[in-house]
Design a protein around this ligand. Structure first.
Ligand SMILES: [Zn+2]
Length: 161
């Protein structure tokens, strides 16, 4: 049985005049994440973890922000494409553990919907998608609500054919 582990980290600025997408869910807030795509910090961290598990580089290699194809793209599409690369190599996702760092808003009410959204794209159960959240106790750029961070770890298993 062959297993591979991967980790991903992503950062985005929070600015007025942008929607806030986290984990494939649009969250009502005064600020949104700035980026070339929809700037979904959690999905990007998971993409990087999936790619990292198979030493396939990172999200910037596969979906460069210099490519207009990816301008304002729904990051669920990037996640699905990252999953395709995993599947093409004969692997499936076992589970994901992730942590979001942001001061505001409270994301707990949105977590079940995020879990369902991610699980659907990756063909796993919602119980296999852990999403934790923490503030930084008002310290640093996260505490000043200038940005947010996501960390993700994934485990892949070679699928039995
Ligand atoms: Zn990102």
């Amino acid at each position: 049985m062959s297993y591979r582990i991967g980790s991903g980290i992503d950062f985005h600025q929070l600015v007025e005049g942008r929607d806030l997408w986290i984990g494939g869910v649009k969250i009502p807030h005064v600020k949104g994440a700035l980026g070339h795509s929809d700037a979904d910090v959690l999905l990007h961290a998971i993409c990087d973890a999936l790619l990292g598990a198979l030493s396939l580089g990172d999200i910037g290699v596969h979906f460069p922000d210099t490519d207009n194809t990816f301008k304002n793209i729904d990051s669920k599409i990037l996640l699905a494409r990252s999953y395709d690369l995993v599947k093409d190599r004969g692997y499936k996702v076992v589970n994901i553990d992730s942590t979001l760092c942001l001061q505001a808003p409270k994301i707990k009410p949105y977590v079940p919907h995020m879990q369902e959204t991610i699980a659907a794209v990756l063909h796993i159960e919602t119980a296999d998608v852990s999403i934790k959240a923490t503030t930084t106790e008002k310290m640093g750029f996260v505490g000043r609500e200038e940005g947010l961070v996501a960390y993700a770890t994934v485990l892949l298993q070679k699928a039995i054919l």
